[in-house]
Design a protein around this ligand. Structure first.
Ligand code: CO
Length: 130
């Protein structure tokens, strides 16, 4: 009789601990989410991006409205600069061959994320401010 009470109490305690652990795990996961925000905060102030080794470098840049950004491909394969969200305000290149460049003038403030069409794992960001 007495043991039953103790076991019941222990079971309840274990459930409480499990729930608290779950809540902590979930809140940790949430605090990891704004990674993209950190990425744009670390954006480099430049208007030149090099495409090399299947990467845009710097991966995140920041410019003022009216700036022309130039991407230069140093890889032997073609790459593109393709806005994730297609719009006339966002860059959209044809294939950029080795040694060739593509330029786009940003006329509207905003955060533009882009990728390479043949290699969608290649990502970049342009932060445009007034
Ligand atoms: Co590519």
């Amino acid at each position: 009789m007495k043991n039953k009470k103790i076991y019941g109490g222990l079971a309840l305690l274990l459930i409480v601990v499990a729930v608290i652990t779950g809540v902590i795990a979930m809140s940790n996961r949430n605090s990891d989410t704004p990674n993209t925000k950190d990425m744009t905060t670390n954006a480099v102030a430049t208007n030149a991006v090099v495409i090399q080794n299947y990467m845009f470098s710097p991966m995140a840049i920041k410019v003022k409205v009216g700036t022309t950004v130039t991407w230069t491909n140093k890889d032997s394969v073609d790459h593109t600069v393709t806005a994730d969200k297609n719009s006339t305000d966002a860059p959209s290149s044809m294939d950029i061959a080795q040694g060739k460049s593509y330029s786009f003038t940003f006329k509207k403030a905003g955060t533009y994320t882009y990728h390479c069409f043949p290699h969608p794992y290649m990502h970049g960001t342009v932060e445009v401010t007034n």
